[in-house]
Design a protein around this ligand. Structure first.
Ligand code: C2E
Ligand code: MG
Ligand code: MG
Length: 587
């Protein structure tokens, strides 16, 4: 529950923030005399202010304010073409400038002028020539008062999130900017499911605690989303719209999957049990999403559309997300279905590993296999990785799925060993999200339980290795110490920095299928393939060609020194029994 003290703490920190903000505060000066501007700026710089805009052309003042959004304006009254009163009047009539504090500067010190300025909404009044210490004092008071006003007017006391009014103001501004810059964004309207029951069962104090926790999770999820280096106005933010409703604005999205992903992450974050009064509570939410400009470009319509989508999400039973656009809705629902089903697939044992043999080019001898995942879906039949791995990657399910594959491959090899079949190494794919410090523990346990350390190989992608090179080097080192052979998969499709490829303890490089496809009769040399083979060899790596489909490709690769290959020319990936029957018998 909100207590007086923590309210004051928040308030205090807001005001302090404003004091530190002295350096951040954007001060605008409107004066027809350039010299006055220069002098005033010099005073303020001495006091720690750093950011200024100014104009000597009164008629331009409003346009500049709308563009620059100053935190405080120093306004001269006596100017040609348009006087300060007129500017003040226009500011107060404009919802975007209505609350910007204005200090009026004038040489006329009569009570009428003062009174008129205050009536028109000036925040303070200073006589010219300006006394430096007086100015600095007034500025500080005004910024502090503004912070206090903002806090009361724009922040929700219970959560510290911005309130509905402020959120809508920011949304309006974002819509204007998006329109001029032709950008896309998304509004997510979030409602807590069945919150009334919680409040009734546990009382309002616990209810407030839950609300506090919900807003922390909203913020945390958005912070994890925000990419460094983004401009301030591009950052996603959250607001509290009413008792149990929140909203999130994504001011800039690159595609339509983006809001779906954020919504999923928010749902997941909110669904985690929440400790209140020693009890584990399960609070879930529903989310309605409307895109701008696709679904609406006007504030009211957008808000209405997001609310309509939220209603649909709620009527679907909660803990889900709906898009306003019917077409996107279908896709989002499908994605969520796949995710749900995939979770169950793991529990119900619907996943399989298929095995595709690899061959030595020098002898045409089979010398290993790659394990490739398939999903034996009860209605859809055999589903290929491209139809479920991406969803698993995005939802994080790839981690348990990948762990399953590692263990399943080891158990399969152990079985083949026990059956007295030929022993060959099996390579398992490791996705970027699996490539984390826990991986060596998982791999270590899988090989220890089955005794397959010498036979398990791992295939890693370029993006795993290049994201955080230092961490990658140490993780690869741990895996190598476990006895793993390590390959870099789909080579050529990512952005490997060759300069540090030689620092990585790798054994093998797999040339991506797309390069092999360029080996076509009559097309001359496949230069990139040649370069990759030469480079890999110079780094001491074994080279494997993926996706070999023709005799011509096989001949070319053999003639150009490639070591191994894999592809439909030899065999498609096969179910375990078929693979064993064909390749492991008669060892
Ligand atoms: P990948 O690791 O590059 O696997 C090779 C893919 O190329 C496989 O597709 C294989 O069936 C296909 N392929 C092999 N030879 C040929 C050929 O001659 N022509 C053509 N057109 N394709 C060929 P698949 O099984 O559909 O798997 C696709 C991708 O899904 C894999 O690419 C891998 O990145 C991912 N994947 C599969 N299983 C797992 C897994 O257990 N864990 C993880 N993290 N990813 C997996
Ligand atoms: Mg692979
Ligand atoms: Mg590959």
């Amino acid at each position: 529950m909100e207590t007086a003290t923590n309210h004051e703490e928040k308030l205090g920190s807001t005001i302090n923030l404003t004091r530190d903000m002295q350096g951040e505060a954007l001060v605008m000066m409107v004066d027809d005399e350039a010299l006055v501007i220069e002098l005033t700026q010099a005073f303020l710089e001495d006091a720690g202010y750093k950011r200024f805009v100014h104009t000597t052309q009164a008629p331009e003042a409003i346009a500049i304010m709308l563009r620059e959004r100053p935190h405080v304006v120093l306004l001269d009254i006596n100017m040609p073409h348009m006087n300060g009163f007129q500017i003040l009047e226009r500011m107060r009539a404009n919802p975007l400038l209505q609350y910007v504090p204005v200090i009026v500067l004038t040489s006329a010190d009569d009570p009428d002028t003062k009174l008129k300025a205050l009536e028109l909404g000036a925040s303070d009044f200073l006589r010219k020539p300006v006394d430096a210490s007086e100015l600095v004092l007034r500025m500080r008071n005004i910024l502090a008062a503004k912070a206090y006003h903002d806090f009361l007017a724009y922040y929700d006391r219970g959560t510290g999130l911005i309130n509905r009014q402020r959120f809508l103001g920011e949304l309006e501004r974002t819509l204007l900017e998006a329109d001029t810059a032709a950008r896309m964004g998304a509004l997510l309207h979030i409602g807590l499911d069945r919150f009334k029951q919680i409040n009734e069962a546990l009382g309002p104090v616990s209810g407030d605690e839950v609300i506090g926790e919900v807003s922390r999770r909203l913020r945390g999820t958005l912070q994890a989303q925000a990419m460094p280096g983004r401009r301030r106005g591009d950052k996603p933010f959250a607001g509290r719209m009413s008792g149990t409703e929140f909203a999130v604005l994504l001011p800039m999205i690159s595609n339509q999957e983006h809001p779906a992903r954020v919504a999923e992450e928010l749902l997941r974050a909110l669904a985690r049990p929440c400790q209140v009064g020693g009890k584990d509570l399960h609070v879930t939410a529903s989310i309605g999403v409307a895109l701008f400009p696709a679904d609406a470009s006007q504030l009211d319509d957008l808000v209405k559309n997001a609310a309509a989508a939220l209603q649909e999400a709620k009527s679907a039973g909660g803990n889900s997300c709906r898009f306003y656009s019917k077409e996107l809705n279908v896709r989002a629902v499908q994605r969520l279905n796949v995710e749900e089903e995939l979770r169950r697939a793991l529990e119900r044992g619907e996943l399989r590993l298929f095995y595709q043999p690899k061959f030595l080019l020098a002898s045409n001898e089979m010398n290993g296999a790659e394990a490739l995942m398939r999903w034996q879906h009860p209605e859809r039949g055999l589903v290929a990785p491209n139809d479920f791995i991406p969803v698993a990657e995005e939802s994080g399910l790839i981690v348990p799925l990948g762990d399953w594959a590692l263990n399943a491959a080891c158990r399969q090899m152990q079985e083949w060993g026990v059956a007295g079949l030929r022993r060959v190494p099996v390579a398992v794919n490791v996705s970027p999200r699996q490539f984390r410090p826990e991986l060596s523990g998982v791999v270590g346990a899988a090989v220890a339980a089955t005794g397959q350390a010498d036979f398990l190989h791992l295939e890693l992608t370029e993006s795993s290795l290049m994201g955080n090179p230092t961490a990658a080097i140490s993780m690869l080192g741990e895996l190598r110490d476990l006895g793993m052979r390590l390959s870099i998969d789909d080579f050529g499709t990512g952005y490997s920095s060759l300069s540090y490829l030689h620092l990585l303890p790798l054994h093998e490089l797999k040339i991506d299928r797309s390069f092999i496809a360029t080996i076509v009769p009559g097309k001359g040399e496949a230069v990139l393939v040649d370069v990759i083979i030469a480079m890999a060899h110079s780094l001491g790596l074994t080279v494997v060609a993926e996706g070999v489909e023709t005799q011509h490709q096989l001949d070319y690769l053999r003639a150009h020194g490639c070591d191994e290959c894999q592809g439909y020319f030899f065999s498609k990936p096969l179910p375990a029994t078929e693979f064993a029957e064909k390749y492991l018998r008669g060892a």
